[in-house]
Design a protein around this ligand. Sequence first.
Ligand code: SF4
Ligand code: SF4
Ligand code: SF4
Length: 274
Amino acid sequence: MPNKPRLAVIKFASCDGCQLTLLDAEDELLSIAEAVHIAHFAEASSHLEPGPYDVALVEGSITTEEDRHRVRRLRADSKYLVTIGACATAGGVQALRNFADHQDFLRAVYAHPSYIQSLATSTPISAHVKVDFELRGCPIDKHQLLEVIASLVAGQRPRTSTESVCQPCKRRGTVCVVVAQGLACLGPVTQAGCGSICPAYDRGCYGCFGPTRQPNMTSQSDHILRPRMPAADAALCLQSFNTYAPAFSQESQRLWNIAGQPKPLHPSLTVDHD
Ligand code: SF4
Ligand code: SF4
Ligand code: SF4
């Protein structure tokens, strides 16, 4: 449709869960469809239009040589490029390979690993092209996604929370699981966005929205994680959905060193920003 902003939803290495968040917005989808022209959304339609796009929502991390080129073409085709989810913003679970020998994983999983052509690393989209806005979460939060789309359509910069999970946790009246139950919780260093769901159900936050803007990682490790678990387990707490987010990555390496099991990042990891 003419005069409507053209929206594309593009996938790289990922589980599709963040795209499903858009489809799960059933009550709001009609309004979205009225406000934008959905030009490319393979999860929802086989009718795929080429760029240029006004807004590209990008899910997934870069794990193949082909995708390194594809994301550059997409950047050139997109006015605003927004990354959605832990895979696109921090390399995702698949970035665990950045701390190990990628060939070991291939040999463990595939009967014929020689057929697999993938990079030795999994990197966020921002390691390859300029990103206009990052939306965190694994998966992302529906309300934050709608806020981002509405803001961009209105020509405004999106605003999403930069507070930690502890703040909405306290506002909803949850009794702290660290204090009351002695559980480990990444809430103090994790960005809000989920409504602090996990502590409300008597479990610690495991950091799926990634690090806050200025997390005190050593204090978190030394006062909340390590009194409750060995250093190696504390390192593993940080190596899940947002493994390659700089704050979590660096602190996990410090904890591996404390555990006496140094795990250096893969030597080929470099930022090749345009
Ligand atoms: S961030 Fe999580 S939900 Fe989103 S695509 Fe990656 S693994 Fe799936
Ligand atoms: S339960 Fe976790 S998120 Fe909630 S206040 Fe305690 S440390 Fe923070
Ligand atoms: S409480 Fe933590 S782990 Fe649970 S959904 Fe929120 S950010 Fe994710």
